[in-house]
Design a protein around this ligand. Structure first.
Ligand code: AR6
Length: 305
């Protein structure tokens, strides 16, 4: 069976990506792209997990309600993701930004998105990281995520995609930034403020940031289904290959076994299962990418008559 992975090629970079094409936590756990932690910091929540997504991509190509820019306090553009967003949005974005009178660090403001495929841009001003004052840096970074979420909800946005604020030019360590971001989103949802939000996407560009999210997401959004890892029966193996008669690409994800909430172990599993775990580990780190089940050969998806 070919690997259940679809990699964006550079030619697809210019194609807007809808939220439906981005993997949410339940699928990432099923595909073993996320590993459950032995002692998560929060209890599992299936409704939360269904809203949280992780992708490595150019954020300017996401077709979501709002994307979050890592801006500076002038709000007049700059390098990094800020530059990419202004380039893709066109000159009207900076015209609107000029009317906003800047923005404090740890705060955010919202504008239209102009030529971008999203509806709104939230401009968040992250802190320059100071290793001698990490608590202050964290407070300001959390403020960016909190205010961005509030602006999204207040403006009727159904989905929001965050860039990894402050982890580039502003020097915030990726692990600490990911933990603060994920923790603040979890708190926001736990407090019941995210009712109108259907999706919160963490959009990374570099592998170091994606790795940090892969490490901390299971701490704050552990898998919600407790399902023992069953040895792959012949029936399950057949379904995973799409030979069960009714299989379509989108239904194959549902047929994958649920992730356990304990750390998976290969001990006691038959060799066939071990091979599947190894395959998941072997997924390439090529970027940008989207994990999906579409890459199953067509002939395997046709009903056998
Ligand atoms: N899509 C998604 N993420 C991106 C993209 C992109 N197209 N490009 C870069 N990133 P940075 P900061 C990631 O430096 O650290 C600007 O000049 C990048 O890999 O853009 O908050 C502003 O005007 C990193 O993980 O923002 C400010 O002056 C993340 O975006 C200053 O930089 C943030 O990196 C802000 O620095």
């Amino acid at each position: 069976m070919r690997r259940l992975l679809h990699t964006y090629t550079s030619s697809m970079m210019s194609t807007p990506v809808p939220f439906s094409d981005i993997s949410t936590l339940p699928l990432l756990y099923k595909l073993r792209k996320l590993t459950p932690q032995a002692a998560p910091a929060h209890p599992p929540s299936a409704p939360h997990n269904a809203k949280i997504a992780l992708v490595r991509h150019d954020i300017t190509q996401l077709r979501v309600s709002a994307i979050v820019n890592a801006a500076n306090s002038s709000l007049l553009g700059g390098g990094g993701v800020d530059g990419a967003i202004h380039r893709a949005a066109g000159p009207d974005l900076v015209k609107e930004c000029r009317t906003l009178d800047g923005c404090d660090t740890g705060d955010a403001k919202i504008t239209s998105a102009y030529d971008l495929p999203c509806d709104k841009v939230v401009h968040a001003v992250g802190p320059v990281y100071h290793s001698d004052k990490p608590e202050r840096s964290e407070q300001l970074l959390r403020g960016c995520y909190r205010k961005s979420l509030e602006l999204a909800v207040g403006n009727g946005c159904k989905s929001i995609a965050f860039s990894a604020i402050s982890t580039g030019i502003y020097g915030y360590p990726s692990d600490d930034a990911a933990e603060a971001a994920i923790s603040e989103v979890r708190n926001f949802l736990d407090e019941g403020h995210g009712e109108g939000l259907e999706a919160v996407v963490f959009c990374n560009f570099l592998e170091k940031d994606e790795r940090a999210y892969q490490e901390y997401l299971p701490m704050y959004f552990p898998p919600a289904e407790e399902t023992a890892m069953k040895p792959a029966s012949e029936e399950t193996a057949s379904e995973m290959k799409g030979t069960g008669g009714e299989s379509a690409p989108e239904t194959l994800a549902d047929k994958l076994p649920d992730a356990p909430i304990t750390v998976p172990s290969e001990e006691g599993l038959p060799d066939a299962k071990k091979v599947k775990l190894d395959e998941a580990d072997d997924m390439p780190a090529a970027s940008p990418r989207k994990v999906t089940v579409e890459d199953v050969p067509d002939e395997e998806l046709k009903p056998k008559v």
